[in-house]
Write a protein that binds this ligand. Structure first.
Ligand code: ZN
Ligand code: ZN
Ligand code: ZN
Length: 357
């Protein structure tokens, strides 16, 4: 950032004495606009052309000409998020109940032991998905800690290093924090605002959010497997299977025709499916499509954690010189595994360097 280059100096008599007393922390450069540092209140001279400048005393960064935006927008987004969260919770409830109603009788008719195993697995997956969802949705995403600011004696040298001023919250915003206009507050290590959990994904709830994604992906795989298994047990008999009995020398064209006829007769027989069969087909299609979408999101999230970044810091990294190490230790640290667990990782995943979270 150019902040330091376009930095400026203190000039007023009241504050410059104080600054001299602490050492010459601000250099004098030619400038023609006198203003106050928002962080420590010291008077600074800024070039009229500088859009960003950094205070030589407290380290606070000021961005000029930042427009303030209304709060009606936040109210509308909160309402939208509440609707989304209600829909997601209802959908999870429907998925669990419909799955139990459609699959259980068929599984128990196959084997009582397999039925009990299925009930146990389904209960574990449902509870883990719902609890991680609630933690991600209703836990605070991470608000910045309270910090003294605004007056010179209270703010020490470098006390607001690289902090910017949030014009929405009217208070300092630490580096790596972002203001979310949907939540109406600053969020530490903000990754993104997720309307489906009605909350930001930040330092406070990133882990439950990832656990929710993992749990949902495993659940959709399980639902896809169990519904296809149950559907095949109650699928009506195929109509026209004459071609499948032909044996002898086969050509590619013949194989293609046999496949086509079988698929068509399979689809035609779907007309005679019972209500339970239709629910199974619906659950299978929606779990597969949901599983694919969430797997992509999970993969993207894990790759950001692997390089020690968030979605937003990855976006801003293009403009900055900030670099982080690609390292599996980032994943281990993220999930707060005991250090011994990290020792079992393959050696090429490990590097002895230190990283920022
Ligand atoms: Zn300052
Ligand atoms: Zn803010
Ligand atoms: Zn948010």
């Amino acid at each position: 950032m150019d902040a330091a280059n376009s930095a400026t100096a203190a000039s007023s008599s009241a504050t410059s004495d104080a600054v001299k007393g602490e050492g010459n922390h601000m250099e004098s450069v030619s400038g023609d606009l006198e203003t106050n540092c928002w962080g420590c209140g010291l008077r600074v001279l800024v070039s009229r052309t500088a859009s960003v400048f950094k205070c030589g005393w407290c380290g606070a960064i000021t961005k000029q000409n930042v427009a303030r935006i209304d709060s009606n927008y936040t109210r509308f987004r909160r309402l939208r998020d509440q609707c989304f969260v209600s829909i997601v919770l209802l959908f999870m409830l429907f998925f669990t109940c419909a799955g139990m109603w459609a699959v259980n009788p068929i599984i128990f008719s196959v084997s009582y032991f397999v039925g009990l195993l299925h009930i146990t697995l389904a209960a574990i997956l449902s509870i883990s998905t719902l609890s991680s969802f609630c933690l991600a949705a209703f836990r605070s995403a991470g608000t910045p800690p309270m910090i003294l600011w605004g007056s010179y004696p209270a703010v020490g040298k470098g006390g607001l290093e690289n902090h910017t001023y949030c014009h929405f919250c009217s208070k300092p915003k630490p580096p790596r924090a972002h203001h979310c206009r949907s939540c109406g507050m600053c969020i530490l290590d903000m990754d993104h605002h997720c309307p489906f959990i009605g909350n930001c994904v930040g330092a406070g709830n990133h882990r439950p959010f990832i656990l929710f994604l993992i749990s949902t992906v495993i659940s959709t795989l399980y639902v896809a497997f169990m519904t296809s298994f149950a559907a095949l047990h109650i699928w009506p008999p195929l109509e026209d299977r004459s071609v499948s009995h032909i044996s002898g020398v086969v050509s590619t064209e013949f194989v293609y025709r046999v496949l086509k006829d079988n698929v068509l007769s399979f689809l035609r027989s779907a007309v005679f499916l019972s209500a339970r069969g239709l629910v199974l087909v619906y659950l299978f299609i929606s779990s597969v499509s949901l599983g694919i979408g969430l797997s992509v999101l999970l993969w993207q999230q894990l790759s950001y954690i692997y390089v020690g970044k968030t979605y937003l810091s990855q976006l801003s990294a293009v403009d900055s010189e900030e670099t982080t190490e690609r390292d599996c230790q980032n994943l281990v640290r993220f999930f707060d595994c005991p250090y011994n667990a990290a020792a079992y990782l393959p050696s090429y995943w490990k590097s002895g360097k230190s990283h920022r979270k």
